[in-house]
Design a protein around this ligand. Structure first.
Ligand SMILES: C[S@@+](CC[C@H](N)C(=O)[O-])C[C@H]1O[C@@H](n2cnc3c(N)ncnc32)[C@H](O)[C@@H]1O
Length: 210
C-alpha cells in the first residue's frame, strides 16, 4: 500500500530526468504561469515545502540526487496538498547547465551542498566557475542566489567566487527583503542538526545585477 502510494507520488510530482536536462519549459512543468525558484539539494525538503506552502503563487522546483530523501519530500508535498512544487532527481550541475532556460529563475537556494573536502574531489562541488556562469545565465535580472554551508574550506571558495563575479552584487545581509522564511530560524534539516551540534554556519546572498 505504502509502496503504491510512493510510486504514485513519484509520477505526479517528479520530472522525467532525461527531459529535464534536455531543457525545461516552466509552463509545461507547472501548468501555471508565475515566478520560479529552484532549490538545489533539498534533502527531505524542509525549506522547500515551508516556502512553497507560504507562497502558493511561487512555483518551486526541488532538485535532489538521493532517492530516499526525495521520496520523503514528495510524500510530504502530497500530504500538504502543495500544487506549486515539482521535483527532479538529477545531478543539479547538469540541470543548471543544460536544462534551465535563460532569464527564467527568480531565485536559487543552495543550502549545505556536499563539501567534497578532498582536494582531488573539489571539482565535484556545486559552486565552481562553470556552474556560476549558468546561475547568472538562468536568473532573471535582480534574481538571487542564497547559499549556506558549515564547511569553512568550501566557504572560502564560495565567497570569493561569488563576490568576484561582476554579474552579482552581494546583499548586505543573508536573505534580504524577499526571503520567504525567518533567517534566524533553522531553515533546513541539516541546519536543525548543525545547530544542536554547535557547528559554524557561513551564509551569503547575491543578486544578479538588473
Ligand atoms: C548535506 S545535504 C543538505 C540537504 C539540505 N539542503 C539541508 O540543508 O538539510 C546535501 C544534499 O545535496 C544532495 N546532492 C549532493 N550532490 C547533488 C547533486 N549533484 N545533485 C543534486 N543533489 C545533490 C545530497 O543528496 C544531499 O541531500
Amino acid at each position: 500500500m505504502l509502496r503504491d502510494r510512493l510510486l504514485i507520488v513519484e509520477s505526479e510530482f517528479r520530472l522525467d530526468p532525461l527531459r529535464a536536462v534536455e531543457g525545461l519549459d516552466w509552463t509545461e512543468v507547472f501548468g501555471t504561469p508565475g515566478p520560479v525558484e529552484v532549490e538545489i539539494g533539498i534533502g527531505k525538503g524542509r525549506f522547500l515545502l515551508a516556502a512553497a506552502e507560504l507562497r502558493p503563487d511561487i512555483r518551486m522546483l526541488g532538485v535532489e540526487w538521493a532517492n530516499h530523501y526525495l521520496r520523503i519530500a514528495e510524500s510530504r508535498a502530497v500530504r500538504r496538498s502543495l500544487e506549486n512544487v515539482r521535483f527532479a532527481r538529477v545531478d543539479a550541475r547538469e540541470l543548471v547547465q543544460q536544462g534551465i532556460p535563460d532569464d527564467s529563475v527568480d531565485c536559487y537556494y543552495v543550502f549545505y551542498p556536499d563539501p567534497w573536502p578532498k582536494k582531488r574531489h573539489n571539482k565535484r562541488r556545486f559552486f565552481q566557475p562553470g556552474t556560476v556562469d549558468h546561475l547568472a545565465r538562468t536568473l532573471v535580472p535582480g534574481g538571487c542566489v542564497h547559499a549556506a554551508t558549515d564547511h569553512s574550506d568550501y566557504w572560502s571558495a564560495i565567497e570569493p567566487l561569488m563576490d568576484g563575479r561582476e554579474e552579482f552584487i552581494r546583499l548586505p545581509e543573508f536573505g534580504g527583503d524577499r526571503f520567504p522564511l525567518p533567517v534566524d530560524e533553522p531553515l533546513t534539516n541539516f541546519e536543525v542538526k548543525y545547530r544542536v551540534e554547535g557547528r559554524n554556519r557561513y551564509r551569503g546572498s547575491w543578486k544578479l545585477r538588473p
